[in-house]
Design a protein around this ligand. Structure first.
Ligand code: DUT
Ligand code: MG
Length: 242
């Protein structure tokens, strides 16, 4: 069996340097290859930190983060970068054309690959409306784009690299419901073998995930499907009804 894209947290505790309290405490979960895991929880609960530990922005203090059974501490940055498509909470677009921005991380991407990624990311329409299309200029930090446009270009940038694992940190929050749903359906189509770990604020974004992890103050408050959590998890029920 193909084990590519298997992610596991084993009793992970993490503290930012100089901080008294850990921001993540004793976190354990498994993400099966090709499945979608959603992480939900209030602001400051540790969602971004958790995502960043997978891409090894920081080393954990206790416990282990494993990818395909290997501790990420034993992997080279190069290997991790190739395996993971990380879409940060704040899009990091730079001054240059759309193609320049999308080729970041894969300089040899063809225009066809760029257009395909823009289609999947539901970005092709607004890009085509620009005079220069995919060659249109983006201002520093994407200042001439809306929040949802920036999110979609960041997603397209990750898609081009065809990683085994996608990490989407709140990448759909600025999209309307319809675009969010279309984008995730298209993603599922082109990334059938990839593992998806997404952070979301909206219940509609997580509802179809294979599993949802509810984070609360740095701890796992529950893991299950939408249906399971809805029936037995207080914190999830609060999120749903808020
Ligand atoms: N924190 C730090 N240093 C950092 C980043 C975060 O001390 O460099 C703290 C802030 C917060 C906790 O860690 O108390 C968790 O932050 P994180 O950004 O992981 O939370 P989130 O769940 O992603 O919050 P949001 O929904 O606002 O993105
Ligand atoms: Mg965050």
């Amino acid at each position: 069996t193909d084990m590519k894209g298997y992610v596991e947290f084993q009793n992970v505790t993490f503290r930012y340097e100089g901080a008294e309290k850990p921001v993540l405490e004793n976190i354990s979960f498994k993400v099966q290859p090709g499945e979608t895991t959603a992480i939900i929880g209030s602001t400051g609960s540790g969602k971004t930190t958790l995502i960043k530990l997978i891409a090894r922005f920081y080393d954990v203090e206790e416990g282990a983060v494993l990818i395909d059974g290997i501790n990420v501490k034993e992997m080279t940055q190069q290997l991790l970068r190739n395996k993971i498509g990380y879409v940060p909470q704040k899009a990091s677009l730079f001054s240059g054309s759309i193609t320049d921005n999308l080729r970041y991380g894969k300089e040899d991407a063809t225009e066809e690959q760029i257009i395909d990624a823009l289609k999947t990311a539901q970005a092709i329409d607004f890009v085509n409306e620009k005079d220069d299309g995919i060659h249109a200029k983006i201002e520093q930090a994407g200042a001439n784009l809306s929040g949802g446009q920036k999110q979609r270009l960041s997603i397209a940038r990750a898609l081009i690299r065809k990683p085994e694992i996608y990490l989407f940190d709140d990448s759909f929050s600025a999209l309307d419901y319809k675009t969010d749903a279309k984008l995730r359906a298209a993603l599922k189509n082109v990334t059938d073998n990839a593992t998806i770990i997404l952070v979301a604020q909206r219940v509609s974004t997580v509802i179809n995930a294979d599993q949802i992890i509810v984070l609360n103050e740095g701890r796992v408050a529950g893991i299950g499907t939408h249906r399971e959590l809805l029936s037995d998890n207080k914190i999830y029920q609060e999120i749903v009804s808020s």
